[in-house]
Design a protein around this ligand. Sequence first.
Ligand code: T1G
Length: 697
Amino acid sequence: MNRFAKYNVHDNVAVITVNNPPVNALSQVVCARLIARVEQAESDPAVRAVLIHAQGHTFPAGADVKEFGGPKLAPVLPMVCDRIEACIKPVIATLHGTVLGGGLELALASHYRIAHVDTKMGLPEVNLGLVPGAGGTLRMPHLCGVAFALSFMLSGKPIGAYFAKKRGLIDDITKGNSLAAGLGMARDVISSGTHVRRTLAQDQALRDPIANLSAIKQARAAVVTSVLMAPDKIIDCVEASLLLPVKAAKSFEWTAFGDCLASKQSAALRHVFIAERLAGKVPEVERGNPREISNVGIIGGGTMGAGIAVSMLDGGLNVILVERDSDSLEAGLSRVTAVFERAVAQKRLTPKVMEARLAALSGSLQMSDLSEVDLAVETVTEERTIKEEVFAQLDAVLKQGAILAANTSYLDIDELAATVSRPADVIGLHFFSPANIMKLLEVVVADATSDDVVASGFKLAKRLGKIGVRAGVTDGFIGNRILKAYRLAAEYMVEDGASPYQVDGAMRDFGFGLGPFQGYDLAGLDIAWVQRKRVAASRDPALRYTRFGDKMCEAGWFGHKVGRGFYRYVDGASKGHEDQTVLDLIADARMNQRIRPREFDDDEIQRRCLSAMVNEGARLLESAMALRPSDIDMVMVHGFGLVRWRGGPMHIADQIGILQIRNDLQRFDSDDTHIWRPAEMLNSMTLNGQGFGVLNS
Ligand code: T1G
């Protein structure tokens, strides 16, 4: 009984200590123990006040997200909160760490709250596609006013202790031990003899619904364009808390919570939450000991190198940027400085912080200046001979134990590792551009890469605030292999009759920030053209090859950087316009291929692109190039901008059903069998009635 919620009495104060590592999540068993302890305190004649506290580094950080998929077994968290609020003895919550979601709702139901000065408090349920479901949509407005409560719950962002006190969310702050401070407050409440047990019902008459309904109206206007369900539901609950009797308002909130919980959006958002934490669970990380990384050398100050330098500086690392000549070095350092200056101009960074970041940056023309770095990342031209040359120079100057990282998108890390004297120290760190913004880091593990170096790569990812995903050595690793299949599906449809603009529109509606052809224009059509020419000799003749992309490159239409690609960009504008000359070129290419164009609707466009991505994902899993399906989802969400509330291609496949994906593949199969032939895994999953979700462990 003592586990999960300990009970002991200090000087007439019953101390209930929640103990459910790692974040004291309010699982069903913790909820049951909490009610039992509150009732034990209430019936204990020696007790005159109750203190709720938590062991470990945080007061409960919310309901247990991992239980949401299962049955809602009593007692559910709202019952715990109501029982605390109804306790005839004063209940004090003493807060520390990150008090989030149901954890904060537990505190709100207590009669008094004191927080350690470093405590963060928030109701982030909206980020999981949920509403605060344990009384938060009633108690927050009641305590802090409707307008603030709405902005607090709709943003999902945590606040600090001082702001919380200013808003009336907590009664006091302590810089000392939160348990001692909580006991002190309990003793004060007892000695004052003035405790009045106020509940929501008693105070409802105090409210002025009309004055508050204007805040409701403003909040609705702010979310009117959102496709998300939870924000609307949060506003509905707050409005209900103003207009309905408390019991009815609580029931309204619980129903809204259940509606959100059952939604595909919330399932996807919870999937992403869990997937982000699963990605770091990698065998080599469990076995390895990460090396200390403080000083980093970056070879190449182009767009990628500069972005990586910013990311490393933001992570508090020292950076030496190496270039081949002074002009290039100057340009590279300027690119880094410009990113920080833009952040200061947009008030995302203070000048003082910018100064500190730039103080950790230096430049050099000598590889020998990297002799003391812990990690060297090459970001030079995507040509094997050039990268091998850089690796040879690094191998000659780096200290023992330094890590050599290649930031290649395609090249074979095993081959690169074989060219140096320390292959075990070689790893792929594939950043996604812009490297200081995109959260994905593909950690590419070569055969020779040591466990320690892999563990170092994942520790670095966490330090940079990125999601590290383990990838095997395969052409394009995970992201670019999925992208290649997606793009092939899109190109085949354009050659068969769809317009690139229709495909882009359909895939933006699907959840990507940009359609595939917008993505080509942004990256540069010539990049893929170079890749196509690189593999031309070894291309599978059975694989369908579309010609219009080559025709556009032969015409110099490389995309945004030259003012035209699939779209026209007037005066360097970031948004392009559709271009009839592109449609004419595609029509000519079709004619040359004797293709009679046909119509595609958006549903077929989305299903073709999705099934191509899922099929390639299954192949990556079969070949162990990806560890788990949710890692593939992380690559598409954090590397290619698929919205979180879609969850990722493998998650969507589970929502649609593997049988449908497989049937689509067979239906789309024509002469381009490469991307449509169902992966063997899909066949066996169909037979077993299995989804990808069971493989996410
Ligand atoms: N439930 C279950 N496990 C959780 C959890 C949660 N709420 N939060 C974290 N974990 C696990 C996580 O999976 C990982 O597990 C470990 O804790 C460390 O997490 C009714 C409906 C608290 C700021 O949204 O924001 O309450 O990998 O790597 O970087 O109204 O976790 O070790 O096995 O993130 O130090 C609302 C979500 C829930 C908070 C800590 N609460 N968590 O960050 O560690 S819904 C949240 C976080 C709710 C009520 C509603 C962060 C953190 P493992 P971590 P961290």
